[in-house]
Design a binder for this molecule. Sequence first.
Ligand SMILES: Nc1ncnc2c1ncn2[C@@H]1O[C@H](COP(=O)(O)OP(=O)(O)OP(=O)(O)O)[C@@H](O)[C@H]1O
Length: 548
Amino acid sequence: MMELVLPWTLAFILDHVIPEKDPHKILLWGGVMLAASAFALWANVIANRMVSRIAKDTTKNIRDDLFHKISYLDTTQIEEVSVSSLVSRVTTDSYNIHLTLGVMMRMGIRAPILLVGGILITTTLDPILTLVLVAVMPIIFVMVTHISKKGVPLFGKLQKQVDQLVLTVRENVTGARVIKALSKESFERKRFETVNQSLVNAETKANVTLAASPALLDLFLNLGLTLVILVSAYRVNAGLTQPGVIVAFLTYFTIILNAMLSITRIFVLYSRGVASANRIDEVLRKKPAVVPGTLKQRTNNATKLVFDDVTFAYPDSGPAIEHISFSLASGETLGIMGATGSGKTTIASLILRLYDRTSGQILFDGQEIKHYSLDALHQNIGAVLQKDILFADTIRENILFGRSFSEEQLQQAIDDAQAREFIDKLPDGLNHHLEAKGQNLSGGQKQRVLLARALIGQPDVLILDDSSSALDYHTDANLRKALRTHFTSTTKLLIAQRISSIQHADKILLLEKGKMIGYGTHEELLAKNATYQEIYQGQTGGNVLEEE
Ligand SMILES: Nc1ncnc2c1ncn2[C@@H]1O[C@H](COP(=O)(O)OP(=O)(O)OP(=O)(O)O)[C@@H](O)[C@H]1O
């Protein structure tokens, strides 16, 4: 407001105060102008601080909500959006919203006030000159909105390129060892350069399109200014207006020009902010595909786990498993074997409801698993899945994983997982700090910590997906012995490549390309199943496997 009053005061001083030649009056009005400027400065600083706080708090809340939502997305939805895209939505998209909010609040109120106020005051100064100014406004408005609309999809594409960049960096950081081992640094650098260049191209395209807006605006406003100067020269000569008014008018013209420039900047940022807000909104609106049931408790049942003619296909693919049936009583062990890609991990994922089966039934403690709340379903299940990870924390915290187990239970789990030998050799034992993903441990040591995490507290169901593959034969045998002797009431699902790991299971399920091609005990399969016989021959050379 103060900014609008100043040029008017200036015109008044030039046309009315100075001609009176009274120094006191001139000084007084000069003082008024100074005070008004200081007030405008102070109000601006306060407003900017408020805006920063609001933008910062809003963006923090958006990030919190987004993270909360992401932690509840199911596996299919995460795969649909992709991990790297989720990372860039939490980081760059929320930052774009921060910028947009800041600028919109700073300029979104001030610029329109300056624009409308400026026009109104110029009308009181000289309506004819104002008409010249106002004539160019509709052209500018139509042009700016048209260009801004084009910006939203362009910025959407730009953010997709950011996803690609995050993906490439993630792959390089996680695969740093293999890249170094295979000396593929220059290949990866080229791959990164290509992705980076595509991002720059997308950014250039979006910015070039939107850059037309301020340039065209400048052109039209300068044309308007030239017209105003021509008309005002004529009007001063004809004695229709005073020079002070023209000076004030030109100052208002600059204020109006700056307000218009700010408004175009808002539109540019608005396109970017809307594109990012749409991407965040897409995640926030996702409804879980795996809908939890209402049963809050599992009641122990003699029949622990039943797969009844279960078929499942991942989105947009053929069936990963077809017509799988098996039944496990409480405390029994099922061994699952099959070639790579035959569907072993898929069975484990369905039990944990990481995905929902396409057809058939899965019963847990006598109830369809869809009827349980996810907490009830997962309570008392210990699992080591192939892609399980260790976090950057101590070994103790990685095993306890935020659960309250006693020291005795912790020590027992370490023994059962055959982890004591290596943990005792570490200078700080259980307090040894692991790097992200347990990078400072060997493959076998990592598996032992993950096993201890799954075995602690003797869960009533245990799922081990190829989780002893990195253990030497002797340690693997000791682990199996511990499972047989200390986990008698635990129902176990052991996925393995080695027959020695599962030969003592109560039942063995043999899979091939998602289909059951054998189901029975080791002895039954060895007697009747040609594929099992072949695997057995291949792994043992025909020698009988002895348990250590
Ligand atoms: N997330 C996924 N999206 C799409 N297809 C998948 C996904 N996970 C697995 N598949 C496909 O489903 C089939 C079964 O995979 P699964 O991981 O269950 O096999 P597996 O027997 O555990 O293999 P491995 O022994 O190599 O771990 C494979 O053809 C695989 O390509």
